[in-house]
Every structure is written in C-alpha cells, then in structure tokens.
Design a protein around this ligand. Structure first.
Ligand code: GLN
Ligand code: ZN
Length: 743
C-alpha cells in the first residue's frame, strides 16, 4: 500500500444517516430500513475511496451512533440495565436511554468536538465476542469484500478502550480487565484472518497523552499477545491528535505489529520521537500528513518533505490522513456560495482523499504533484494588527474596589438571582428565524418578532422576581455561529456538517482571515431589553476560546494570535454595550477546558494565551461594570487556577450534581470573586423543589459569603420548554428569598 486514510465521515453527503436514525427513533421506519441505509452509506464510501485511488480502504468506520459504543457492543460490555432489550433498541438505549433506563455517559473524544459513549466497566464485566461471526467488523469486512473491495477493518484499540472507560463503581480500574479484553480482540483478529483480511487497524490515540509506566506495560502486554497470534492479519496501530510518547513508540517498535500510524499534523514532534527511538526499521510508517481535523488544503511540498525526512527511519512510508476524516465536512464541491478566495484554501474529506492519492503517487513514483491553484493567502487587517500591538498587561483594577463599586452601582441583594442567558427557543422563534433566512418575512417583521419575544421574556423575569435579567437570546441560532456571521474573517458553509454526537451534527464556521468587527453585534437587542426594565439586563457574548473551539480555525498563525483578534472584537463590543448603558456583561467560555492540550507539559502555555484573550476582551470596562463568565461543567481539575486568573467578577458553573462541592474547591484554589454554582440541572425537564435549591444554597454558603453567592440554573434554558422553566425559576427565586430572610 502507498496510500490510505484512517477513517471517513459516515453521515452521508445528504445527512442520510441522521434522517434514517431519527425516522427509526420516531417510529417512522423499521430496523430493516435503517440497516439498509447503513449498508448503502458504507457501500458508497468504500467505492468512492477505491475509485479515488486509495490503496488501502478502511472499513468498520461506519457507526449508527459511535465507534466506542460499537466496541462496547462488540465485546459485550453491556450493563445489566440494557440486557432486556435487543438489537437496535438495546444499542440506542445505551446511547440515549429509554424511559426509566438512563443512558451511558457521553463525553468529548480527546480535544475534538465529537462525543463518544463512555464504556461502563466493573468487576462484573465479562468480555466476550457478543455476536460471533456476525460481529460488526467481520460483517462489514465481508460486506465490502462482496463489493470487490478488500478493506482494512478499524477497531478502537484495547488500551484506548479501557483508558477511556469509566469504572462502574468507585475504586475499580478498567485497565485491570485488559487480559480478558485482549482475548476477545485475539478472537476477532483470528476470525478476520479466516475471512481473508490482510490488515487490521487498531486505534490507540491515548498514546499521545501522558501515560504511566503501568499503562505502557499494559500496552506491551496487549500487543505482545496480539502479535504472537499464529493466524492474524497484519497489525497497524494508529495514533493521532498529537505526538506519541517515546516510551510507547519504543514498545511498538519492539512489538510484532507491522505498521504504526503517526500524526505529523497535530504532532510535528513525531519526527523527533521517531528518530529518538531509532526509527521502525522493519515496519511500515503510516504518515498522517493530510490534516484530518481541519479544513485547509494541504501544503504538498511540506507534506512530502515530512515524508522524506522519515524515509530513512522506517521500512516504508504510506501517505495518510492525520486522523479519521470524520471530523471534517464531506465535500467542498457542494459549497456554491463560499467566497472563491476562501474556497481556494479549503479541502473537505473528498478533496483530502484526492490529496492523499496525489501525495502517494508523488512519493512512490516520483510523479510531480499536480499543482492545483496556488494557495490564496489569508486576508490581513492592518488596523487590527496595529491595535493589538498596543495592548500590554490587560488586568482589571483592584478586586476589592471593583466589588464595592459594583455593589453601590447595581444595588443588588445578597444571593442575587439570574439565569445563564438563553430562554426556551420556542417553535415560533425557530420558525421566525427560518422564515427570515428563506426570505419569507422581511427584516422588519423578523426584528418585530424578536422584540416581542424579548419583551415577553423580560416581563416574565420581572414577574418571577429575578434580580439580573437577560434578553433571552431568541435571535441566536448558535452561540458561536451568531457571532461568526457578523465578524469579518469568518465564513459559513451551506452543507459543511460534521457529527458532534449521534444524530446531532454541527456546521462549524470557518475562521479564515484576520478577525474584525465591522459593527456592533448585540447592542440593539440588549438595549431594547434594558429599555423595558429598571433592573440590570446582562449583555451576553461568547468568549474568544469558545469562538475558536467550535470553529475551523486558520492554521497559518498561532491560535493565540487568532484568539487575540477575536478578543479585540469582543472588547469593542463590550465597550459599546457599556456605553449604551448595559452594566452587567457575561462572556461565556464553556470551551475553556475543552481546548486544554492533551499533554500536561503543553497546558501552561495554552492557559496563558486563553486567559490573556479573555482578559483582553473584558478588561476595558469601568470598575462599576460587572463582568460575568460561565462554564458548563464542574470538573475543573487542571484549570481550576485559571478560573481566578480570568478575573471575572462572577463565575457561574455547573454544580448541582456534585452538591455544590465546587464552591469550596474554587475558594481553596484561591478564587475570591462571585460564584454562581448552578443550583439545578437544566439538562432534564425535572422541576427542582424550592427546598432542594435552598439546601444547595445553604451548602454553598459554607464556603462563600452571601454577598458573593449568585443563584442561577447551571446552563442556558434554550433546550427547555416554558412550563418547567417557569416553575423551576419560581422555586429558585423562592429559595433565594428564604435564605436571605433566614440566613
Ligand atoms: N449564554 C448561553 C446560553 O444561555 C450559554 C450557553 C452555554 O454555556 N453553552 O445559552
Ligand atoms: Zn452552559
């Protein structure tokens, strides 16, 4: 083989998988219809890859929901609560839950925006090959073969599977299940060999994060066992999303695996690591030189130079993508409205496959690279660059002085009540947005509809007795896209869907050039809301890190630089809001933890620029203007110190599920500003009783003074309906009052 890819989008160019699964869930289609759509999508991908000239086509990269979930099903790691169900119903119950049976947990796949279903493993877990010869990787291998395509089945590697699992009970270590798991993998490999498979890909992305000695030993044990099988396909161990550890690479080098995949895009350090372990003299290197996670065209000269630099260190080099292409949209050709200057810089999955093929030819046949149109350059905004140069340390004034100034200016009670920003997005709101997009209503009619909604939301909040109000965000389709559409330097796609989880796909905007704010983005809505009430209305913005994390971002300059440009645009927006009389401004950073580098050593530098960008955005205001921030989680771990460094006056976080423990944790980490621990979980329609919220508040008050405690739900309300929202907020206000009255 000369060329391969590690995986391909499975959702279909027309989002067929989404519609088929949702039809099945909704009872509009049966299991056979769903299975048939799956088979069609797989066949389409395999034939397209073969026809494009990829030598080694992967299989088992299709999934009806998620590849980690598929692995759990493959090895029968099915918790008892799902066992009374079968087939698709069991599978989707594990992913999404059914009445009275909660789903497995879901969490982010490394530092991507893809979410996987977390295996739940305990002392009672007994792995076995659940479906024998009908198991998914075997069935899909045969299915492709019947189409005349000999594929390389892809499996989540045993180490990655266990290290990403969650213990079913405290103190249990999933890694202790390694030997039993490897037995099942051995059986899969033997059966695949029996069916004629010549190669298998085992994905071990956990090897690009810090690993303990014990984990490295486990790696050695697992691959020694698999390597020794007498009848097995060739083994390719793929790593991606960063630089492999030298200890892990040494283990693989000594093992009998025939090929190792390294990601030279996210892990340029892989060249050095490879050299430091003396290369892989008798093995194949699958060189990930085409970025599988971002949308930019490959610089073929650079990619070839990377391949050339490692030629002497390995037996042979196969050109590949850095990771599965499932993280990028499918086809650039479907985009007809993109600016040509931007489009000329892009490659989606289909285009990246062509790049891999061309690079493979160039490498093996010394064929010249078909030099497509030259890469256009990013747009430069000199004014933005000059202004950015003038900001030094961007810290706000003395914290105590700010606290006093805001107390006097805002006149808020202790345990001030507020919400995180969005109110329920009703069908009417969605319809108005869709009508506006489709040109069925005029801009004026749209503005009127939104203003009516804002007026309703303000009146409701007054009635509920909340202290700091919001306008409710009815005009926002999405907290990143809304701003991306208004900033220079960003573009939107029409069909650029990427799977986020299950049938939820997102269309991330593309940040391609210098970012600038041609005009205010939120001021009209905020000031309209403020004009309706004497209470402070909180302005609502998305922070620089989140603006990058949920977009495809230019890779021709450091992220830190791009973050500062976004921050400057936000700084200007904040100044305009302040000048327009908005006294409280929230800058959401739900993605702050998400972009945290996988390796500990890289984290300080990341936090440094992330914090710097937030402070650049928020430090231009007067002491009387109160800055809030919001994050949707409570496990701060590595970033707990960063929360204080952001220097927001108030930080709201998720805390209900962990019984307010976070408040004490934050204080212990030196955080001294206002804290709004989410006092109830908005992710379910359940209405919390006032007593329950009261208890949470009293618990929080053990760690924070009443003047610094804020009372709010744990996230925005946009996914909720009005009945439970009103009832919950009423109880929230009641609880806050009770605690104020009887501290
Ligand atoms: N202000 C946003 C909202 O309320 C925050 C969303 C988020 O944290 N993900 O919807
Ligand atoms: Zn949130």
């Amino acid at each position: 083989m000369n060329t391969t890819i590690l995986g391909y989008p499975r959702i279909g160019a027309g989002r067929e998988l989404k519609f088929a699964t949702e039809d099945y869930w909704g009872g509009r289609a049966d299991a056979d219809a769903l299975a048939e759509t799956g088979a069609e999508l797989r066949a389409r991908v395999w034939t397209a890859l073969r026809d494009a000239g990829i030598d080694a086509v992967p299989s088992n990269t299709f999934s009806f929901y998620d590849q980690m979930l598929d692995t759990s099903v493959l090895v029968d790691a099915v918790p008892d609560r799902y066992r009374q169900l079968t087939g698709f119903d069991r599978y989707f119950a594990m992913a999404r839950g059914v009445q009275d049976v909660p789903p497995l947990e879901m969490t982010k796949w490394f530092d991507t925006n893809y979410h996987y279903i977390v295996p739940e493993l305990g002392p009672g877990t007994r792995f076995r090959l659940a479906d024998g010869a009908a198991a998914k990787p075997l069935a899909e291998y045969r299915e492709a073969k019947a189409l005349g395509i000999d594929t390389r089945p892809v499996l989540v590697g045993p180490l990655t599977y266990l290290l990403l699992a969650k213990p079913a009970e405290d103190g249990f270590r999933p890694l202790d299940l390694l030997d039993g798991l490897v037995d099942v993998y051995a059986e899969v490999l033997e059966r695949l060999a029996g069916s004629g498979a010549r190669w298998v890909q085992l994905d071990e992305p956990v090897l690009v994060a810090d690993r303990s000695e014990e984990e490295i030993d486990a790696l050695a044990r697992a691959y020694a066992r698999l390597g020794q099988l007498t009848s097995r396909p060739h083994l390719m161990v793929a790593t991606y999303f960063g630089t492999i550890g030298a200890d892990a690479l040494r283990v693989l080098a000594r093992s009998r695996v025939e090929a190792v995949g390294l990601d030279f895009v996210a892990g340029p350090g892989n060249v050095d690591v490879l050299a430091s372990v003396g290369g892989l003299p008798r093995k194949t290197l699958v060189a990930g030189v085409v970025d599988g996670r971002n949308v930019w065209r490959t610089d073929s000269r650079k990619a070839l130079a990377t391949c050339a630099s490692v030629l002497g260190l390995v037996d042979r080099v196969v050109v590949s993508t850095s990771c599965s292409l499932m993280h990028v949209p499918i086809d650039l050709d479907a985009e007809t409205t993109l600016d040509p200057g931007v489009k000329g810089r892009l490659a989606f999955a289909r285009q990246k496959v062509a790049e891999v093929v061309a690079l493979g030819r160039a490498l093996s046949e010394d064929a010249p690279i078909p030099d497509g149109a030259p890469l256009p350059e990013a747009g430069v905004d000199r004014a933005v660059r000059e202004r950015l140069g003038s900001f030094g340390d961007t810290r706000r004034g003395d914290r105590a002085a700010r606290f006093a100034a805001q107390r006097d200016a805002l006149g808020l009670p202790e345990l001030a009540t507020t919400t995180i920003g969005s109110f329920p997005q009703t069908p009417e709101i969605r319809r108005a947005r869709a009508d506006r997009r489709a040109g069925r209503i005029t801009g004026d009619a749209y503005v009127t509809a939104m203003k009516d909604e804002i007026a309703r939301v303000i009146a409701l909040q007054e009635d509920l007795g909340l202290d700091v109000l919001v306008h409710g965000e009815p005009e926002r389709n999405d907290m990143v896209q809304y701003f991306a559409e208004q900033l220079d330097g960003y573009a939107a796609t029409d069909h650029g869907w990427v799977q986020s989880y299950g049938s939820r796909y997102v269309r991330p905007p593309i940040l391609h050039s210098d970012v600038a704010r041609p005009r205010p983005m939120t001021v009209d809505w905020a000031t309209y809301a403020q004009s309706l009430t004497g209470k402070p209305v909180k302005g609502m913005l998305t922070g620089p890190v989140t603006m990058l994390a949920w977009s495809f971002v230019r890779d021709d300059q450091p992220l830190a630089e791009t973050a500062r440009q976004v921050a400057l645009a936000l700084r200007d927006e904040i100044a305009d809001l302040e000048a327009a009389g908005i006294r409280v401004i929230q800058v959401d950073e739900p993605a702050l933890r998400e972009l945290l580098p996988l390796r500990t050593a890289d984290r300080p530098a990341y936090l440094d620029w992330a914090i710097g960008a937030f402070r650049l955005a928020t430090s231009g205001v007067k002491d009387t203007t109160q800055i809030h921030t919001h994050m949707c989680y409570s496990e701060f771990g590595e970033i707990i110190g960063a929360i204080g460094a952001l220097d927001a006056d108030v930080t709201s976080v998720e805390a209900a599920r962990s019984h307010m423990e976070l408040v004490g944790d934050l204080r212990a980490a030196g955080y001294e500003n206002g804290i709004g621990p989410g006092v109830y979980d908005i992710h379910s329609p359940r209405v919390p009783a006032a007593e329950e919220i009261e208890e949470n508040l009293r618990r929080a008050l053990r760690a924070v003074e009443p003047g610094r405690l804020w009372v709010n739900p744990d996230c925005g309300l946009k996914t909720r309906a009005y009945p439970e929202t009103e009832a919950s907020l009423r109880n929230l206000v009641t609880a806050a009052r009770r605690v104020r009255e009887r501290p």
